[in-house]
Write a protein that binds this ligand. Sequence first.
Ligand code: CP3
Length: 337
Amino acid sequence: MSNLILDKFDKNKINEDAVPIWLMRQAGRYLPEYKKIRSKNKDFINFCLNVKDSSEVTLQPIERFNFDAAIIFSDILLVNYAAGQDVKFKENFGPVLKKLDNKAFLAIEKNIFIDKLSNCYKAIRNVRNLLHKDKTLIGFAGSPWTLLVYALNLKSPKNEFNMDCKEDVILELLNKFINLVSWHCIEQIKNGADVIQLFDSWAGIIKRENLSLFCENPNKKIIENIKRVYPCVPVICFPRNIKDNINSFVANVKPDGISIDFNTNIEKLDIDSNVVCQGGMRPDLLTADNESEIINEAKKYLDFFKNKRYIFNLGHGVLPHTKIKNVEKLVNFVKNY
Ligand code: CP3
């Protein structure tokens, strides 16, 4: 058997029937084996930078569910941390950041930044050595806009969003994030990541008239920076919740893959057939006791993307109350459909 996910991106290979599957946030609190290791690590950033523990939780969902890809256990906010912004994770609240020092942030140098994340790259090397060659190792980063939202809002915008900032300052900070994220992705590939996914989780709150400046351009520039060094490594973009703007996003950014959220109207998708589609299914279904609904929803995506290059995934991350037996059913169903 070959690497199912890398094959989907290989235009010289015919699109085989098998649909590979992995899930965003596949490592996490719904797994008892994760909670056990998490409880020994009080500080979440230090946990991500603990080579042994982060490697182990990266591999846990592969061992349990036999997913086709591992995604390195880390967090998008490690980029803010490595750029000098203090980040803490508060239980039942999420990330809490200290006010950004713009001048220090803009001055951060590549060597210092990369050095602070060296354990993340060591974990990637370690996981790639332990992972079967048929399995893909996914590296990732937050996209500049999403990282800027956390950098200025100082917490998740889920409940409250206040980003009072002039456009020229926003663009200056976004430019710096473009460099930081590019360095981080290139370093992950250098150490063994086979694919990169860019999470623009808060792209959906950008006004339509700013979408190209704040979302499309930064994602596009990062892809260009990666391709200059690693032309063959696929990059998947996840511009969450941008609705029908997904079509212009794909046309302008030209990613190798596009991850769709559960609000994406798949009937209205109008993208280049060479672009690999990923995801879509509602993650909340996996927390309930309704097997038939899970199967019907999975079937909807598998049937729609039949004969297209498709990677099964959810439309957002696995939720903490997800039932393990539901994930087992889903994987089984997708692999045998
Ligand atoms: O997918 C994976 O299994 C790999 C690991 C991963 C994590 N975060 C670990 C994590 C990935 C890919 C992320 C991405 C991430 N982090 C995003 C983009 C995807 C998305 O959800 O939109 C965002 C916005 C973040 C920022 C973040 N990290 C938030 C808002 C939170 C708190 C919310 C929560 O679920 O608790 C985190 C913490 C976090 N990152 C956890 C995990 C497993 C939970 C921390 C814990 O164990 O207590």
